[in-house]
Design a protein around this ligand. Structure first.
Ligand code: CA
Length: 304
């Protein structure tokens, strides 16, 4: 079901745009390109890509704004392209919801390597912002539809299924949309498997996180980092290990990790903490181990 590889390229420079289209086409993608931010957002809406590349400097809205807008309805892997020496801009891009960045000019194999790494990662099924996604199930509120509830669930694989069907209902009032969706997906799939640490609950199978009963919308990268830390007990995970994990490499394989890669991990962890409401100075969930990396503040319980 996931062999459809669609990418959207948002880039105003025609030469670079054509290069990206060619490179991603060689990697097996069906590529849609847009020359400005507004068209880019529409292209993402229409084509439901797994990968989006966004140039920072665009003629209408900038790359941050494009990223923020597409994040409302897609869990695609977003790579932001920046010019050299735009470190602060890079951090802002990650802050807006990008998963990775590339500095221009880049070598074709750099782009290919990131894309291949991205595709090796586990497929994320969460849609990060439920309320903006249409809820077909809610369109037929007649009592008759309740009797045939399964028919009202959108088909698996659609974005709506992730937002409205596969999300765990956490007791009364748990769902933001109020739709009476059931937690389970298909057979053999435990939607309520969870990792629990002091009021923080992570559902690995449905990519959902709650902090003190509040839904927390993490990007795919933030989710992978949090799940890894919660699964590691009190073991410290170094920034190098976490970088490789994000790339899809073997965590203790020897692939090269630069300072800027480690900085990227710091930004992702910082964003994750902010969304969770975890104070790094008095951490409840994620501790910083100075000069090394991060670890969970306690041993998470597993159930399901
Ligand atoms: Ca540009």
């Amino acid at each position: 079901m996931d062999d459809r590889r669609v990418a959207v390229v948002v880039e105003d420079d025609e030469d670079i745009r054509e290069l990206m289209v060619a490179l991603l086409g060689q990697s097996g993608f069906e590529v849609h390109a847009a020359a400005n931010g507004t068209d880019g957002v529409h292209a993402v809406q229409e084509n439901d890509p797994v990968l989006v590349t966004v140039d920072l400097g665009l003629p209408d809205i900038d790359g941050y704004e494009v990223t923020r807008r597409v994040r409302r309805f897609t869990d695609a892997y977003v790579v932001m392209l920046t010019a050299r020496n735009e470190e602060i801009d890079t951090l802002m891009g990650l802050d807006a919801g990008a998963d990775d960045y590339l500095t221009k000019p880049f070598r074709p194999r750099e782009l290919r390597a990131r894309v291949e790494a991205m595709l090796r990662r586990p497929r994320i099924t969460q849609s990060p912002a439920g309320p903006t996604v249409p809820q077909p199930a809610a369109q037929s509120p007649s009592p008759a539809s309740a009797a045939s509830a399964p028919a009202a669930v959108p088909p698996p694989g659609s974005g709506d299924a992730a937002a409205g069907g596969a999300r765990p209902t956490s007791g009364p009032g748990g769902s933001a949309s109020g739709a009476p969706s059931r937690a389970t997906g298909g057979a053999g799939f435990t939607a309520d498997a969870r990792l629990v640490l002091d009021g923080l609950v992570l559902y690995p199978n449905v990519h959902h996180v709650e902090a003190e009963g509040r839904d927390v919308a993490l990007t795919p990268t933030e989710f992978v980092l949090l799940e890894t830390l919660l699964r590691s007990g009190r073991v410290v995970r170094s920034k190098s290990e976490l970088t490789r994990l994000i790339r899809g490499d073997e965590p203790d394989g020897g692939t090269f990790v630069s300072e800027s890669d480690e900085r990227t991990v710091e930004v992702h962890v910082g964003n994750m903490r902010r969304k969770l409401g975890d104070d790094p100075r008095r951490p409840r969930w994620i501790e910083t181990v100075r000069g090394v990396g991060y670890r969970a503040a306690g041993v998470a319980e597993t159930s399901g």
